[in-house]
Design a protein around this ligand. Sequence first.
Ligand SMILES: [Zn+2]
Length: 437
Amino acid sequence: MECHLKNLHLLCPESGLERDSELLLGGGGRILARGRGLEVPPGTPVHDAGGALCLPGLVNSHNHSPLMAVRGMVEDRGFAPAYIPGVPQGHWLSEEETLALARLGVMEMLCAGATTIVDYYRCPEALARAAEEFGLRAMVGGRVMDMDTAALAEGRFEEDRRLGDATLGAAMETVERWDGRGRISAILAPHAPDSCSRRIFAEMRDLAAASGRQIHTHLSQSPMEVAQLKAREGMTPTEFLDDLGLLGPDLIAAHCIFMSDSDIARFGRAGAVVAHAPIGNASFGAAAPVKALQAAGAAVTLCTDTKSADMFEAMRMALAAARWRSGPMSFDFSAREVFGWATTAGAAALKGHAATGRLQPGDPADLILLDPEAPNLRPVIDGFGIVAHSGSAANVTGVMVAGEWLVRDRRPVRADPAEVVATAQAVCDRLWARAQA
Ligand SMILES: [Zn+2]
């Protein structure tokens, strides 16, 4: 895996733009040296990047790859479309069908420049297999829930212990089988405050405390969730998690949209982590109070949450959403800051992986190359602005994890993209035919 990468413009949130630079990668998959005129041992393979921008690999902090099955078909049909008649249901999916969809989702995320992802859903075994096949770093979990979702959609709480036991069992099997295997680690993922009882959240909390694992969940994603928690527990979803002792740096909460000022202060004070999903939120007319959350002390990471896996679009949308929320002529956050959320901040907030989101000597060689001939990436002056405001997943030509090329010339190295796409399309055709029958 030794490699001398030359003719690069390195762009990192912490060190800025370094033009015409080089990287020397060692056999252990780490960066040995960076800078101009490096001393390179004779015989080291050379990769001339042709003047490409070279970025740390992106950290996509919240996804459910099999949900790619409904992408493009549900965004205009209301909230929580999984419960709408005429839409494929997650529980219809077999293990092999889940795998086919996860392969599509993981391939898309990887080719879009993500070298570290979080992925949780039903059939976590399939998610782990997909991640292992493509080779990126993945924090994988089984989605745990114990509320009847059909009843929940009608505002009724019907605890389903069998569902709770089954999903928790699958989640723990994933921990046992996959944690620490290659580049995969296992996370604990209770689905959301409205779809999980106090009992199952407490169980997950104890498992997390005993194992040092983080908890990934959804929080304050809809006004319905807030109303349901107030009815069931007499408190907001944030107060509920606090009451359970879950608020802290080891809680990664996706969305965090419908929070009161006191929820924001509580979440921030605890140093909890937001998985900010600006694209998905905007698709139903919402923007999370990320400025207030960060000011209160929360850590911010960025995700695409199974929409287009384009983290560049997510950076751009994060800026737009924050500024839209603050009002005309506000300029909240900077391109450099949101790029940090997608790299260093994401890597630092999430545990269970070796990524750092930086490109310094000693760091794992997790990096991406952007097309040096792409017109949308010019001019490169400070680098940050052009990447966040104009960059695109389609600009990613190469992806490396731990010194190993996983994408070259825009194609995944370990799988045939035509086969992955065709297999997933066939599964989706069957699912949609069943849903619309
Ligand atoms: Zn989610």
